[in-house]
Design a protein around this ligand. Sequence first.
Ligand SMILES: NC(=O)c1ccc[n+]([C@@H]2O[C@H](COP(=O)([O-])OP(=O)(O)OC[C@H]3O[C@@H](n4cnc5c(N)ncnc54)[C@H](O)[C@@H]3O)[C@@H](O)[C@H]2O)c1
Ligand SMILES: [Zn+2]
Length: 359
Amino acid sequence: MQIKSFDSTVFVSSNLVEQLAQSISNFPKANKIFVTVDENTKKLCWPLIKDIPALQQAHLISIPAGEQFKSIDTTVSIWKVLNENGADRKSLMINLGGGVLCDMTGFAASTFKRGMSFINLPTTLLAQVDASIGGKLGINFNGIKNEVGLFNSPKDVIVDTIFLKTLDRTNFLSGYAEMIKHALIFDANHWKNLQEFNPLDAPAGVDYTLLGQLIATSISIKNEFVTNDPYEKGLRKALNFGHTIGHAFESYLMKQKRGVLHGIAISQGMICEAYLSHKKTGLPQSQFEAITNYILKHYGKIDFMQDDYEALYELMRHDKKNEDSLINFTLLNEIGTVKVNNVCNKSEILEALDYFSGL
Ligand SMILES: NC(=O)c1ccc[n+]([C@@H]2O[C@H](COP(=O)([O-])OP(=O)(O)OC[C@H]3O[C@@H](n4cnc5c(N)ncnc54)[C@H](O)[C@@H]3O)[C@@H](O)[C@H]2O)c1
Ligand SMILES: [Zn+2]
């Protein structure tokens, strides 16, 4: 299956080697090829592609794994390898990794000599359904996530579930939360299909063919929103469902040294924002309960105390998605239909947190 996204073609493939060889062959003038990996994808994913003839002379650029290395220092180390090995604008970069690696290497490629072409091979579920669609590239800077970056697109994105066979369950669940979000904001049928698939079976007990179809649907949904609103003026805000409260949870837990993966925090945020949707935008009780029960069953619940509410509220107040210091939510009218720009006041937000705490 192929999906056009800005200047990229996204291939949801089940024949990785053939697809990658085909994508590389579209660059007959590429004098040099650079493959970026992190320490995990070097071990687990590079062996799946390294025998491709076109990659025999490729330079491997290995970076440390982890969000803390999504930095200017790591970017400089990538530019350095490119520079010392004679990369130029005709060279090709192939990025093999999760969202951290793809965001940063895409940024490094887009800025080196004012931009060289790159192909992304996202290797985590989150990167496949979220980070590799929409053109946002960048690094963390001065303690702020994604502070420096740009919009640019890989030439091709090759999404293959074969990579997910080595991904741990928590990372799998983190990516799956974004798929649940896609279903809730846009496609009741996708929601039905996602409920029939058990992410807790990952990685060993999963039907990877079916998963590939679910991933393709999620990519199409994200693509629908980002292509209609490339610079986040309005519609794209739909993708923030679960993220206003979810981000506050994520930041708060990190400060408390109880950090969780992004999608896990967002799953909890979706419960709270489904509550607000029920109260404010008409999400029917039965659908609200179905969402809550599904998330509790698959993600469990992270505990917050009443003493935490004020700090969580402050984090929401400083969310960069707010306008005019009002806290802005993306809420559901029903499963599959979303409404952006809903302002909720402090007492409504605290009520949602209280509901969540009482579960
Ligand atoms: N650009 C966007 O639109 C966008 C959207 C969402 C998230 N993001 C970014 O994505 C990043 C998070 O991405 P992530 O969740 O993929 O994290 P990640 O890239 O850190 O990957 C998670 C872990 O899995 C390992 N890994 C990668 N592939 C593997 C595989 N196939 N098998 C086993 N282990 C593997 C990695 O080495 C890492 O340790 C954040 O920096 C976030 O800002 C960007
Ligand atoms: Zn997210």
